[in-house]
Design a protein around this ligand. Structure first.
Ligand SMILES: CCCCCCCC/C=C\CCCCCCCC(=O)SCCNC(=O)CCNC(=O)[C@H](O)C(C)(C)COP(=O)(O)OP(=O)(O)OC[C@H]1O[C@@H](n2cnc3c(N)ncnc32)[C@H](O)[C@@H]1OP(=O)(O)O
Length: 157
């Protein structure tokens, strides 16, 4: 994908996140995008788990990996939605950066390793500093996990 990912607009000091930091060579380097540039309500990201992301059972991904992916996709979606609401280019200052306050996940079925996973997000509420995001993770047409996140925008100081 040649489009600029949400995470690529994070400033250098915020680019070391284990889940999505572009400058963390040991991390997952997740990249999130708008699903559709004409309708900026849904977000998408892809990730293919490697064999070492196993939860112990061959071919099944570790639950913490799934949580990490949803975590970073959710906070990135919240930031993108906040910029969009203000009609501003993502990454412009003052920076709108969200952290996870709560994340609840339903693990619906085992998540395969070696297949491309699709993460979807939708910011369902954005009020003051608080965002609510619904999340899902699928392998092909198989829904493997869903999540709900509360993300809070960091105070500017
Ligand atoms: C890794 C460290 C991050 C440090 C920050 C560096 C900048 C990073 C920037 C970019 C990096 C790229 C981004 C990737 C990030 C990936 C995701 C993560 O893994 S984030 C790490 C895990 N999360 C935390 O470590 C948060 C720890 N918690 C806190 O810092 C605070 O509790 C915080 C900021 C979440 C809220 O504290 P308050 O003092 O700023 O704000 P209050 O007044 O308490 O809450 C504001 C509103 O949010 C609600 N709220 C707060 N916590 C809630 C919760 N658990 N559930 C529901 N609502 C909650 C409150 O009720 C309030 O809502 P009402 O305005 O009254 O409507």
């Amino acid at each position: 994908m040649s489009k600029k990912a949400f995470q690529d607009s994070y400033s250098a000091e915020f680019s070391h996140c284990y889940g999505c930091g572009r400058d963390n060579p040991h991390g997952l380097q997740l990249k999130s995008y708008w699903l559709n540039d004409e309708d900026k309500t849904h977000t998408i990201a892809h990730f293919t788990p490697k064999p070492y992301h196993t939860g112990g059972v061959p071919n099944n991904a570790y639950g913490g990996l799934i949580a990490s992916l949803l975590d970073c996709h959710g906070t990135a979606s919240a930031a993108a939605a906040a910029y969009e609401t203000q009609g501003r280019k993502m990454g412009s200052t003052p920076v709108l950066r969200f952290v996870t306050a709560s994340l609840s996940i339903d693990f619906l079925r085992p998540t395969p390793i070696g297949e491309e996973l699709t993460l979807c997000g939708k910011v369902t509420q954005l009020k003051d500093r608080k965002a609510t995001i619904t999340l899902s993770l699928s392998a092909g047409n198989m829904l493997c996990a869903t999540g709900t996140m509360t993300a809070v925008r960091l105070k500017s100081e």
